[in-house]
Design a binder for this molecule. Structure first.
Ligand code: HEM
Length: 159
């Protein structure tokens, strides 16, 4: 019975109940590969980001600044900030190999029909750089992380 259940869960589009405080989203297949990048190996990057507490602070200030941003805030307005904080934390923590898995949607699905342009992407990266700098992430580690995110551009930006 358990085996059957696991197989079903692994293959189905899982409609998990929305975690507390979050709005429900359309069912999708949970897969860490949805994060859009392979994790770093070893624990160096995780340490340079201050472990999970550091990543949590970076994500919180990054998400807050995107919502408050005079240029891209409009795109975030009316989106579920509670879910965003959770899944972006998971994504960063997973990619930085800091001991998490990613349960969110893939980057193309998450950004469909949002009309994101390259300038919006640049703005978002600046907000992330500010959050990382505030947390005193070494510059080289910041750039290593940004290089992991860069290839996601084609899934996010519409042209
Ligand atoms: C490499 C760059 C980016 C990464 C890694 C990223 C990551 C994510 C993640 C993990 C989610 C949540 C997926 C889910 O809910 O399952 C998300 C959603 C979202 N992203 Fe991005 N994002 C990027 C670029 C952008 C840009 C440039 C914008 C707009 C300026 C943007 C706006 C949004 C919005 C508004 C949502 C909420 C969508 C919804 O709830 O339906 N993202 N992003």
């Amino acid at each position: 019975m358990m085996v059957l259940l696991s197989i079903l869960l692994a293959t189905a589009q899982v409609a998990a109940p929305a975690p507390q405080g979050e709005e429900a989203v359309a069912p999708y297949r949970v897969d860490p590969a949805n994060a859009g990048a392979k994790p770093f190996s070893g624990d160096r990057m995780a340490r340079q980001f201050g472990g999970q507490p550091g990543i949590r602070r970076i994500v919180d200030s990054f998400v807050t600044s995107n919502f408050a941003d005079p240029h891209i805030g409009e795109i975030f307005k009316n989106q579920d900030a509670v879910r965003l904080r959770r899944v972006i934390f998971e994504q960063f923590c997973y990619i930085l190999n800091a001991g998490c898995t990613y349960t969110g949607r893939d980057m193309r699905t998450a950004h469909t029909n949002m009309g994101v342009q390259q300038a919006d992407m640049n703005r978002l990266v600046e907000n992330l750089q500010r959050a990382m700098a505030t947390e005193r992430v070494p510059f080289a580690a910041q750039n290593r992380f940004l290089a992991k995110l860069a290839p996601m551009r084609s899934a996010v930006v519409q042209r």
